[in-house]
Design a protein around this ligand. Structure first.
Ligand SMILES: C[S@@+](CC[C@H](N)C(=O)[O-])C[C@H]1O[C@@H](n2cnc3c(N)ncnc32)[C@H](O)[C@@H]1O
Length: 416
């Protein structure tokens, strides 16, 4: 006898139960991501000991979440908590408090560590949340890039292609005379179109961003934690310096002596937990550019007075100016517009004191983008001669309630 099969109404009831169950499950997981509670760590202002952690069953959230599943509130909460813990860690380290260090490190690990932080940061960069900052940099470098593209097109349409390594030869032949005069000659005589723009992206989360312009840019990417094959795992503070600083040649990259045309420091300085270390990082950027003289016949445009009109005048003229080599700096707007210790004018003075000249600024509700040309030690000397400061201590310059304490401290010590 045939075993009686389930009646069709019983079958459909079972199917309804299964689908209701699965709906409940998926609601539970999506509501847990969209709840108003930070996803991982609820940091207490008073004590790290009261901090609680929540991780998924399978471990830190970084392993169970894709970037698209993080809501912007959770992304922000994760990023803020990570920064807070990093700051506490830096303080505990400076006190040598090993118990506290271990505790904070455990909290960072429970939160998913740098991996989860990077995932959250990448989510923040996604197109639907405003896109990544490299597009602003590429917009500012448009003229440089177009000149190179045009030169490339000319080469392709008949003129002999440079042989492989020709760019390299241009650099390696003059390895031992890397002084200002040589650099000046580079500026004035070498056809810009023949060299790809060498870009160092510090704090890179992805190998795919607007900086990749085929045949025109050559991007080196580094980060404390490599999230991709094309990103070197490297602390910028330990990245070997280009020649001539580095006599052993460790600073070479792609067989060239290591100077860059562009350094990108986007949302990295605010990751650094200590004001002095931030100053040291800015100071170090200057060592990755070839020594630069002031361009002939160009007025030194650096000014302590950063008023808006002045800025517009400079911006209007900027296309006519040499832009390279330059530093691209991105900070959260609040670091400059709502800090007790830093304002845009103060940042300009700090960078002027390191030999940088302001070229562009763009401010959005969230981010402050800026571009600075490196004019080198001679520009720094001019700055000093004109009475500019070179030491920037922690000093309240923008008092008021509700402000943050973001600060950059620059000490008197010499450049490396
Ligand atoms: C918020 S992410 C910034 C990502 C990307 N540049 C952007 O604009 O969105 C900060 C990154 O900077 C990296 N970072 C911080 N200090 C660094 C250092 N000293 N050297 C290299 N990378 C660093 C961190 O590991 C992190 O991945």
């Amino acid at each position: 006898m045939a075993i009686p099969s389930q009646s069709s109404s019983a079958k459909s009831k079972a199917a309804q139960r299964r689908s209701a169950k699965s709906r409940t499950k998926s609601r539970a997981s999506s509501s847990s991501l969209k709840s108003t509670r930070p996803p991982l760590l609820v940091a207490s202002k008073t004590s790290t000991r009261t901090t609680t952690t929540r991780t998924s069953k399978t471990g830190p959230l970084s392993s169970s979440l894709s970037s698209s599943s993080l809501s912007s509130r959770h992304t922000r909460a994760l990023i803020n908590t990570h920064h807070l813990l990093q700051k506490r860690l830096a303080r505990a380290r400076s006190r040598g408090d090993t118990t506290e260090i271990r505790e904070i490190e455990a909290q960072l690990a429970a939160q998913g560590g740098l991996k989860a932080y990077q995932l959250a940061s990448r989510t923040g960069q996604s197109a639907e949340r405003g896109g990544d900052s490299s597009r602003v940099l590429v917009g500012w470098l448009d003229e440089e890039l177009r000149a190179r593209k045009a030169a490339l097109a000319v080469l392709r349409s008949g003129c002999p292609e440079p042989r492989q390594g020709e760019w390299r030869a241009q650099h390696t032949n003059d390895d031992d005379d890397a002084d200002g005069d040589d650099a000046e000659q580079d500026r004035n005589t070498k056809p810009t179109g023949l060299k790809p723009l060498r870009i160092l992206e510090i704090g890179a989360l992805s190998t795919r961003n607007a900086l990749n312009v085929a045949g025109v840019t050559r991007v080196r990417r580094i980060d404390l934690r490599s999230a991709d094959e094309g990103i070197e795992e490297m602390d910028f503070m330990h990245l070997p310096l280009p020649l001539p600083h580095d006599a052993e040649g460790k600073g070479r990259w792609h067989d060239e002596r290591g100077y860059y045309d562009v350094l990108s420091l986007s949302l990295v300085l605010n990751y650094v937990p200590d004001p002095k270390a931030r100053g040291a990082m800015l100071k170090r950027t200057a060592l990755f550019f070839a020594p630069q003289p002031l361009p002939h016949g160009k007025k030194d445009r650096r000014t302590k007075d950063d008023d808006r009109q002045n800025q517009r005048d400079v911006d209007a003229d900027v296309d006519a100016l040499q832009q390279l080599p330059c530093l691209f700096l991105v900070l959260p707007s609040s670091c400059l517009h709502n800090s007790r210790y830093l304002t845009p004018q103060h940042l300009t003075a700090i960078l002027n004191s390191l030999g940088y000249t302001h070229l562009h600024t763009k401010t959005t509700r969230k981010l402050h983008y800026s571009l600075w040309r490196f004019d080198g030690p001679r520009a720094r000397d001019e700055w000093i001669k004109s009475g500019g400061d070179v030491v920037f201590k922690k000093r309240e310059i923008n008092p008021g309630g509700g402000r943050n304490n973001f600060c950059i401290v620059l000490d008197d010590d010499h450049l490396e």
